[in-house]
Design a protein around this ligand. Structure first.
Ligand code: 0X9
Ligand code: ZN
Length: 312
């Protein structure tokens, strides 16, 4: 295809159009669900792949673009969708096993208002939050807006802050819709995994993110996270640090999606990879060349398969 959002940075409507095409070429196995609308009325959509028709299989749920400016995250997600379908059709036995055992749900753009806004001009390119107005400012940080440790460490009550948590948990229609959807598939998710793609810095972050204190299952989280890092290293030689954000050079941050999924929904395996490039202290890490999409796609595809194999 020449309109393939795993090869360039596409706005939300182009990604949805591409996914509609995948559904029509793969009817019976791929479907597109609308889970609500953003503040500005954009569709919030989830692509589901259910390869052998079984119901109530465990679910692997992957989302991206909770943060608007992190363009490599939805592109990497799209790359993985395409590879899974291609490898399944080609009869790849590893992929057949992983896709027959699990249903795979992909939400490429959690925050389409913010994401599309970053395409408008160079002055909006680094927007992070939603676009809902708050008095003198716009937007809450969706990754501070979930209902677990809401308002805790690493959040702000100032609407002009990039880490504004919002007036209350799930004040944003986007996080509300995502949390309702995940609640609806809770039982399947508890047997599977939640992965939320962010950029950038090259970390495979383990939960919980709101504190540096180690959880009781820290060893198991590290075991699975280390499998991701090893897979990435084998593909590209890139280093991904593994651990809780505040223990591996990032920071504590409360109200994030992966903590809510783990500690409110009871989903044991919940991760936040921070994709390429490696952190070098500059905002340019949010605007990689489109040539990075296949590089990121290849390493993260292997990482996702590796972590899913670890929990089978
Ligand atoms: O601050 C964030 O939400 C994430 N980093 S980013 O540069 N993509 O903004 C880190 C999220 C993981 N940590 C927590 N949820 N605590
Ligand atoms: Zn982010």
């Amino acid at each position: 295809f020449n309109n393939d959002p795993s090869t360039y940075f596409a706005q939300s409507s182009e990604i949805y159009t591409w996914m509609e095409g995948l559904v029509s070429q793969n009817s019976g196995v791929a479907s597109l669900v609308s889970i609500g609308r953003s503040y500005e009325g954009r569709n919030l959509r989830v692509l589901r792949l259910n390869m052998n028709g079984g119901s109530n299989k465990p679910v692997i749920f992957i989302d991206a673009a909770i943060h608007a400016r992190e363009w490599l995250a939805p592109a990497t997600l799209n790359y993985i969708v395409k590879q899974l379908i291609n490898d399944y059709k080609a009869g790849n036995s590893e992929v057949r096993t992983l896709m027959n055992k699990f249903d795979w749900h992909f939400m490429p753009v959690v925050n389409p208002d913010g994401y599309d806004y970053t395409f408008r001009s160079s002055s909006t390119r680094y927007w992070r939050k939603t676009r809902k107005p708050y008095r003198f400012a716009y937007g809450a940080d969706p990754n501070r807006n979930f209902d677990f440790m809401f308002g805790g460490p690493g959040t702000s009550n100032n609407p002009s802050s990039d880490i504004y948590h919002g007036p209350n948990a799930f004040s944003e229609p986007e996080t509300k819709a995502l949390s309702d959807y995940l609640t609806g598939i809770r039982n399947q998710l508890q047997q599977g995994m939640y992965i939320s793609f962010h950029t950038y810095g090259q970390w495979w972050l383990t939960p919980p993110g709101y504190t540096r204190s180690l959880p009781s299952d820290h060893t198991e989280m590290m075991r699975v996270g280390n499998a991701a890092a090893a897979a990435i290293r084998a593909v590209s030689g890139q280093n991904f640090r593994v651990g809780q954000p505040a223990n591996v050079g990032l920071y504590e941050a409360a109200g994030g999606s992966y903590d809510w999924v783990k500690y409110r929904l009871g989903v044991k395996y919940s991760f936040t990879p921070e994709l390429r490039p490696y952190y070098n202290g500059s905002l340019s890490g949010f605007s990689p060349s489109a040539r990075e999409i296949p590089n990121s796609g290849k390493e993260i595809y292997q990482a996702v398969k590796a972590v899913v194999k670890e929990i089978m």
